[in-house]
Every structure is written in structure tokens, then in C-alpha cells.
Design a protein around this ligand. Sequence first.
Ligand code: HEC
Length: 152
Amino acid sequence: MRKLTCITFAVVTAVAFATTALAQEVRPDRIIRYRQAVLRAMNWNFAILATMVKGDRPFDKDVAARSGMFVDQLAHMPWDAFPVGTDKGAPTKASADIWKDPARFKSLQDDLMAATGKLAVAAKAGDLASLKAPVGAVADACDNCHDAFREK
Ligand code: HEC
């Protein structure tokens, strides 16, 4: 009986390990800090484009193209870093609803990545006018998820 319990435990552990490999390998506080750092880096690069569109920063086509590419790449990165169990471990504004409605959380990630893909293409075009709409669409995608899944 003891042996059986052991085997059961091993199987359960193996499955848990496979499904939450990231959480098992890395401590929750590191995962939380990683995702926050990526989100801040995305914000940094997005702010460059947003301030150009507002007229608060001179338009520079090379900087715009680079920032657009960075925003799009960074937009793919935070989502691996929301495994179950990372609602605590370090200060975090991630809402508990993320783990109650993962499908909605995922769909808002997809919306963002679709919008940043278009932004990256527009940012390469080399003119300020074509940046306005995609910058607005990305800002909406950020806000939609923050409204639903980020604590105030
Ligand atoms: C799919 C959901 C989602 C989308 C889309 C999203 N965010 Fe967030 N964001 C979050 C969550 C959840 C947090 C809280 C993370 C935490 O504290 O652990 C957060 C936190 C942040 C933070 C604070 C990081 C810190 O240091 O605590 C910044 C900055 C940020 N987001 C910027 C953005 C920008 C800019 C966009 C759009 C380009 C964006 N986010 C799109 C969910 C999202």
C-alpha cells in the first residue's frame, strides 16, 4: 500500500512537473519579477511610439521601426510567466481572475499580439501618419486586459 502511494505520488508529481515546468524550475518571485520586467520593457518601447504620435517627441523613422519591432517581440514574452501559483510570492497586481478565466486572459493576449504585429509593420513604413491608428489599437488592447486582469 505504501508502495502504491509512492507510485501515485510520483505520477502526480511528474504530471504536475510537465504541466507547470516553469513554475517548478523557477521560484514564483522570480517569475513575477520576470513578467513585470518584460511588461515594463514593452511599455518603455511603446511609450516612444505613443509620444511620437502625440507630437511630444520628434518623429524618427529608424527609432520608430526599432521600437515597433521591440514592442511586437516583447508582446509575446510575458504570458509564459503566469503559471498557477504566481498570484503571490512577490508584490504583484495580477488579478486572481487570470486563473479563473484563462481562456479570456489568453484571448486578450492574442488581441495584443495581433495589434502589435500590425504596429510593427506600420512602424517600418517610415511615416508618422500611418502610426496613429495602430498605436491606438495597441493602447486599447493594453487597457482591455488591464481593466479585466490587473488590480488597480
Ligand atoms: C493579456 C493581458 C495584458 C495585456 C494585453 C497587457 N498587460 Fe500590462 N499587465 C497585465 C497584468 C496581469 C499585469 C500585472 C503583472 C504583475 O504585477 O504581476 C500588468 C502589468 C503591467 C505593467 C506594470 C509592470 C510592473 O512593474 O509591475 C506595465 C508597465 C504594463 N502592464 C504595460 C502594458 C502595456 C504597455 C501593454 C500594451 C502594449 C500591456 N501592458 C498589455 C496584463 C496585460
